[in-house]
Design a protein around this ligand. Structure first.
Ligand SMILES: NC(=O)c1ccc[n+]([C@@H]2O[C@H](COP(=O)([O-])OP(=O)(O)OC[C@H]3O[C@@H](n4cnc5c(N)ncnc54)[C@H](O)[C@@H]3O)[C@@H](O)[C@H]2O)c1
Ligand SMILES: O=C(O)C[C@H](O)C(=O)O
Length: 333
């Protein structure tokens, strides 16, 4: 058993954290041999609620959990952390787009970027979940210049998981038989769920394309894309609250793969600071298919993209550039 690592979860008294903390503390993310000390950040009015979460974590009697630090102080929360789940932010309500949260949330990520810069380990891996996640991740990275930009990522894994589940249901196979469906661009309704490279496992050493498995190309190009793009809104309409259990699972998947790597030939979606690959605008946080080895992600290069998807990629990239401009005008106002 190695030394415990310190992991911060912000918004620790909120909905997503309620599921996520358990997954981290029981070893789903950093593995069964990695002990953790959880730092729980929330705002001062939530400290009493947070005490209830602390009690429940103790009552789970989890052997990997070696300490819990509940706090409203970013300096204490980010001190010496190796991983940061930035969840704390306002969720959208029915009828809103995620970018409508920019003015409420973006300043949180400036403050937390500064705190990461000052107090976290220099190799900290940061996952931004709070919406609008891509642009918040970009802001956070800008205010943490001493930490490499590739250490700041935004969550599009929930969209990928949704896409995988849709294809599995349509093909009539368990979800783990579907791979290489991924998400391009923004975690917004312009995101591009792309099944054109997806495969469905049909036997011990055989796989076919998702198109052959679902036998319905028109569905893959229209209803599938729209369902995944609008799934967050559909959950809000039904639950009257935004997704939480599935968001926590996706955050755990994202950080697990980042720390522990991806299987050869199997790609995952991550919002990362764009280098302009596939014609995406540079210097926005854009979701790409990535492979991960030794704790480092790299964008999968050379995938053929047809005109249909290329146009969608251009639109989601444009939205990210607009969000970026708005975010910095809010911060500078
Ligand atoms: N990227 C994704 O796929 C995805 C999925 C689901 C939800 N989200 C987003 O995640 C965020 C959190 O959702 P939730 O359902 O847990 O919301 P929630 O309202 O249940 O919890 C948010 C928590 O954050 C806390 N908080 C607010 N400001 C803070 C700050 N400055 N520092 C620390 N904590 C702070 C709040 O007090 C609250 O306890 C929302 O922005 C939501 O839209 C993103
Ligand atoms: O849709 C939302 O506002 C929450 C989250 O981003 C989601 O995709 O479920």
């Amino acid at each position: 058993m190695s030394e415990p690592i310190r992991v911060v979860v912000t918004g620790a008294a909120g909905q997503i954290a309620y599921s996520l903390l358990y997954m981290i503390a029981k070893g789903d993310v950093f593995g069964p041999d990695q002990a953790v000390i959880l730092h729980l950040l929330d705002i001062p009015p939530m400290m009493e609620v947070l005490q209830g979460v602390v009690m429940e974590l103790a009552d789970c009697a989890l052997p990997l959990l070696r300490g819990v630090v509940p706090t409203a102080d970013p300096a204490e929360a980010f001190k010496d952390v190796s991983a940061a789940f930035l969840v704390g932010a306002m969720p959208r309500k029915q009828g809103m787009e995620r970018k409508d949260l920019l003015s409420a949330n973006v300043k949180i990520f400036k403050v937390q970027g500064e705190a990461l810069n000052e107090y976290a380990k220099k190799d900290v891996k940061v996952l931004v979940v709070g919406n609008p996640a891509n642009t918040n991740a970009l802001v956070c990275s800008k205010y943490a210049p001493s930490i490499p930009r590739e250490n700041f990522t935004a969550m599009t894994r929930l969209d990928q998981n949704r896409a995988q589940a849709q294809i599995a249901a349509k093909a009539g196979v368990p979800v783990n038989q579907v791979y290489n469906v991924f998400i391009w661009g923004n975690h917004s309704s312009t995101q591009v769920p792309d099944a054109s490279h997806a495969k469905v496992i049909t036997g011990p050493n055989t796989a076919i394309s998702a198109a052959d498995a679902v036998k319905n190309e028109a569905w893959l190009l229209a209803e599938f894309i729209a369902t995944v793009q609008k799934r967050g809104a559909a959950v809000i309409a039904a639950r009257k609250m935004s997704s939480a259990m599935s968001a926590a699972k996706a955050a755990a998947d994202h950080m697990r793969d980042w720390f522990r790597g991806t299987e050869p030939g199997k790609y995952v979606s991550m919002g990362v600071v764009s280098d302009g690959s596939y014609g995406a605008p540079k210097d926005v946080v854009f979701s790409f298919p990535v492979e991960i080895k030794n704790g480092k992600w790299s964008i999968v290069q050379g995938l053929p993209i047809n005109d249909f998807y290329q146009q969608l990629l251009t639109a989601t990239g444009k939205e990210l550039e607009e969000e970026k401009a708005e975010a910095f005008s809010v911060i500078n106002s």
